[in-house]
Write a protein that binds this ligand. Structure first.
Ligand code: C2E
Ligand code: MG
Ligand code: MG
Length: 273
């Protein structure tokens, strides 16, 4: 066989190797940080938070997940990265509990690459044991891409996770390879209505139809719902009036570094919006 060779190919490969080395250093060397975004109840009060990773890059500044998560998934580094995130989120939950802070559900994003690994449940158990985190206040967010093949093995994995006492949430619901049959077969506790559907509320008829249908589907299946990307008071009122119990979005707060987050929660407990 023969292949064409272009100088760009080595340049690209070199860049990849360099990025990989940098990201590895970031995971091991403490350059990753978590920001926390509050989840508020429609009735008022903070009920939980979502942990969102950032990379404090020494030259490029604070990087958002869309700048490195896809690369981490392709390179396999999502496995140690995801484990760092889970451990850090669990540690934070334990720290808050020990300091008498309001108990909040901690939601952690799990990549399909992590979830599909055979040792996934064992790793979760390990982190829970190591940190002493309370699974009753832990939620794992997975996307529909993790469910593409709901094999018996995968179903068993879900059940094992739920037996640990934690909740499984379906992130970006309705944007992936939606198949309603997995809602029937898998013990999913919560649906996250994607920002792209909340965006057009309350005027866009398609978005109204999709969010209303999702809310009634969740209610009839006995699942909780959280709406993502709530930015306006009209969106909040629309969702509240249709029975959406929890929301998350810039209307309440952006994701915040830990100190700003705790200050935000305390301020809102003192004077609810
Ligand atoms: P996601 O899990 O759907 O997280 C919600 C994203 O929407 C966050 O972006 C959040 O900052 C943003 N957001 C929240 N409220 C609003 C709003 O009102 N308006 C707008 N325009 N955006 C809002 P972020 O932090 O950039 O994260 C993007 C995605 O990266 C996440 O989407 C998640 O899929 C992924 N991600 C973040 N952290 C992790 C992680 O630790 N592990 C994995 N595997 N993925 C992660
Ligand atoms: Mg999420
Ligand atoms: Mg989402």
């Amino acid at each position: 066989a023969y292949r064409f060779f272009l100088p760009e190919m080595t340049a690209r490969a070199t860049r990849r190797l360099q990025t990989e080395a940098e990201l590895r250093r970031a995971i091991e060397g403490g350059e990753l940080i978590l920001h926390y975004q509050p989840q508020v109840a429609a009735a008022g009060g903070t009920v939980g938070c979502e942990a969102l990773v950032r990379w404090q890059h020494p030259e490029r500044g604070l990087l958002a997940p869309d700048q490195f998560i896809a690369f981490a998934e392709q390179s396999g580094l999502i496995v140690p990265l995801g484990e760092w995130v889970l451990r850090e989120a669990c540690r934070q939950q334990v720290h808050w509990r020990a300091s008498g802070f309001t108990p909040l559900t901690m939601a952690v994003n799990i990549s399909a690459v992590q979830f599909r690994r055979r040792d996934f449940v064992a790793r979760i158990k390990h982190v829970l044991a190591e940190t002493g985190a309370d699974p009753a206040h832990l939620e794992l967010e997975i996307t529909e891409s993790a469910l593409m093949d709901a094999t018996p093995e995968l179903v068993a994995r879900f059940e094992e996770l739920v037996e640990l006492g934690l909740t499984l949430a379906l992130d970006d619901f309705g944007t992936g390879y939606s198949s309603l049959s997995y809602l029937k077969r898998l013990p999913i506790g919560r649906l996250k209505i994607d920002r792209s559907f909340v965006d057009g509320l309350p005027d866009n008829p398609e978005d109204v139809a999709i969010t209303s249908a999702t809310l009634s589907l969740a209610r009839d299946l006995g699942m909780d719902v959280v709406a993502e990307g709530v930015e306006t008071d009209e969106q909040r009122r629309f969702l509240r009036d249709r029975g959406c119990e929890a929301m998350q979005g810039y209307l309440f707060s952006r994701p915040l570094a830990v100190d700003a987050f705790t200050a935000w929660v305390e301020m809102h407990a003192a004077n609810p919006p």
